[in-house]
Write a protein that binds this ligand. Structure first.
Ligand code: OSB
Ligand code: MG
Length: 368
């Protein structure tokens, strides 16, 4: 496939409400989009890096720089490229998985659109709808949290994830469990906010019968995650620590987790995400699709991945209205806690040209 040009574009989508985690507060989603142009079709990839390097080392400005200087030139130079060749072409550049993922996804989208194939079928998806949940940020008060959760339950979501941090953990979790009962699928995500001395404290979450606790410790600290598994009955899930199929194998070998959150951006793309899925299925480890407050473009592709057979837990893929008043694409809507997997070629959805124009803050074309 001959690529005639690559466009980098920043779009700024205000969030409907601030999203607070243990690492910071997000007020709007400043998303970097990659558009690949070919003679037959164009393809889209959304880079999940946020503005500041506080979830991981990557950030949007760094992604723009590495794409412009290294990654885009590397895929343009051979003259022709297929999606499976993108990762090998950029492998010599260390790290920057979120930037690499966006580029590979755009190439894959263009390729599949040309072939008339939906992403989900290409990846091996077996479902037409997938279970989804909501990630609920840290709020000012437990009362406010209960109101927020109630509103999501009224919309039909059956799984709630609470963001936690030291000082905001046992009390909000207990309050939600007591108010909504044992049938609610409830899980928590600490985004690395705890350390080894917090092990006994985190074991106090056991009575709340959580589906899982996500990434309580530093991304490099597999050992403490393994210790938590021995001290607590709550299943341990890794997010930030899982960077590749190789790191997944290592995490499983040291007994660091029961469950894996797969975010295609964090691991370098949908092809590596599928390998991680395959590793986990082979080990009997359930997986679910994480989210990074993506626009409709990113969520469309995540839905395709979440249709694979090993994705047995609800994904962080919510309705457009949970994130933005105005999405970049047509609205995604969860019904009864389920969302439809797009069926069109490639990621199966196009950005709305007017929304794209109105929300764009910067763009640049790169041609060979
Ligand atoms: O840890 O899963 C996370 C958003 C930004 C950065 C990290 C995380 C998140 C979320 C959002 O939890 C989930 C979603 O996109 O709905
Ligand atoms: Mg997480």
């Amino acid at each position: 496939m001959k690529i005639t040009g690559v466009e980098l574009r920043l779009v700024d989508l205000p969030l409907v409400s601030p999203f607070q985690t243990s690492f910071g507060v997000e007020l709007s989603r400043n998303a970097l989009l990659v558009r690949v142009a070919t003679a037959d079709a164009e393809g889209w990839g959304e880079c999940v890096a946020i503005d500041d390097p506080i979830y991981s080392s990557e950030y949007a400005g760094g992604a723009i720089d590495v794409l412009k200087k290294f990654l885009v030139p590397a895929i343009l130079s051979p003259g022709e490229v297929m999606a499976v060749e993108v990762a090998p072409l950029v492998e010599k550049f260390k790290g920057h998985r979120m930037a690499k993922a966006a580029l590979e996804t755009a190439v894959l989208d263009a390729e599949l659109r040309s072939a008339g194939l939906p992403l989900s079928g290409y990846l091996g998806g077996v479902r037409t709808t997938v279970p989804v949940g909501v990630s609920v940020g840290i709020t000012d008060s437990v009362g406010g949290l209960l109101d927020t959760v109630q509103a999501y339950l009224d919309e039909g979501y059956g799984r709630i994830k609470l963001k936690i941090q030291p000082g905001w953990d046992l009390e909000p979790t207990r309050a939600v469990r007591e108010r909504y009962g044992d049938d609610l699928m409830l899980q928590v995500d600490a985004n690395t906010a705890y350390g080894p001395t917090d092990l006994p404290h985190l074991a106090k979450l056991d009575p709340f019968d959580l589906l899982l606790i996500e990434q309580p410790f530093d991304e490099e600290d597999l050992r403490t995650h393994a210790r938590l598994r021995e001290m607590s009955t709550t299943p341990v899930c890794l997010d930030e620590s899982i960077l590749s199929a190789r790191s997944t194998v290592d995490a499983l070998a040291v007994g660091a987790c029961d469950i894996v959150n797969i975010k295609p951006g964090r691991v370098g793309g949908y092809l590596e995400a599928r390998r991680i899925h395959d590793v986990c299925v082979a080990h009997g480890i359930p997986v679910w699709c994480g989210g990074m407050l993506e626009t409709g473009l990113g969520r469309a592709a995540n839905l395709a991945l979440a249709a694979l057979p090993g994705f047995t837990l609800p994904g962080d893929i919510s309705s457009s209205a949970r994130y933005f008043d105005r999405d970049l694409t047509e609205q995604f809507v969860a019904e009864g806690g389920m969302m439809a997997v797009p069926t069109g070629p490639g990621i199966g959805i196009d950005p709305d040209p007017q929304a794209l124009a109105d929300l764009t803050t910067w763009s640049e074309w790169i041609t060979s």
